[in-house]
Design a protein around this ligand. Sequence first.
Ligand code: EPU
Length: 341
Amino acid sequence: MLLREQVPLAPYTTFGIGGPARYFVEATDEASVLEAVRYARENRLPLFVLGAGSNVLVSDEGFPGVVLHVAMMGVEQDGNYFRVAAGENWDSFVSLAIERGYGGIECLAGIPGTVGGTPVQNVGAYGQEVSTTITAVRILDRNHLTFGELPAATCGFSYRRSIFNSTHRDRFIVTRVVYRLRPKAFPVLSYPDLKRYFHDRQDTPTLAEVAAAVREIRHQKGMLLVEGDPDCRSAGSFFKNPVVPQAQYDEIGTRTSLQVPCYPAPRGYAKIPAAWLVEQAGFQKGFGQGAAGISNKHTLALINRGDATASDMVLLRDLIAAKVEQKFGVRLEPEPVWVGG
Ligand code: EPU
């Protein structure tokens, strides 16, 4: 295990923000993961597991413990099952699955990040969520220092949620994910943007065409990582879409006299697009507050407009959340993980 000290974290994040890690370990195998966890435990240091840094906001002070950069690689296919190491790039895996003729994750093309991050926040977009294809997650249990495999049914998946980011946060480190994909699958075309995209098509588009369409739609929204595009210095959606009781949803519509958009949600609830709430609260695309701002392409992506600090981003986050709460009585919850003190 190579332990480096005072490693700047900003280059490891899509925001390009954040101070140094006191210790930094790049783990290319499970043995190094275990070693890093042991080291942190023996030295009473906190540990943070970093993937592609596409869903994190690192504090300006950095992280006062061990940052474990997950870099295990490898994809094994066994029939319809794909066992993928946590450090693999997610979008490359989507492409590989499609090249081999497998569906189930084509709508999740173009999402930045690593495979290991996908079960943690149950990554979802354009009508698909990874929870529908994941069958098991291989983990290191930090309580017992043992490796094991958790069946999907025990992972507690729901919208942007799993046991890994809620009830058992900080207990498990994902080292591999098993997906069950479908050969010769029909692509999922349920999301409005995608339906619109293929509106004039008579025949069913291929999985590859759907993935390409998703990448293009994401690109238009600044949700595809493109080198040099200032709208990409973000963590994707900065807020989750709030899920509120139906009665509260109805009340907001009556009180504001607005037609409030909503997504399907569990019975008795409505999921409201946070981007809409943010815009209605007075923040337009391209809004800036010093070096922190809102993407020119999507209201839900907060961006680093140059040399923003984490504090700048936090000020903007709080300003937006306060205005939305004032106008709608809805408390927005940030989506990226906060790293640091
Ligand atoms: N909207 C605005 N202004 C905008 C953009 C959107 O008002 O600039 C409103 C519109 O009413 C629009 C609605 O928000 O109809 C929904 O927008 P969009 O279809 O872009 O999706 P989203 O709800 O903002 C979610 C995910 C994205 C995912 C897309 C597509 C969350 C928090 N975000 O965004 O995920 O790609 O749907 O499925 O659930 C991410 O998690 O980082 C992410 C990018």
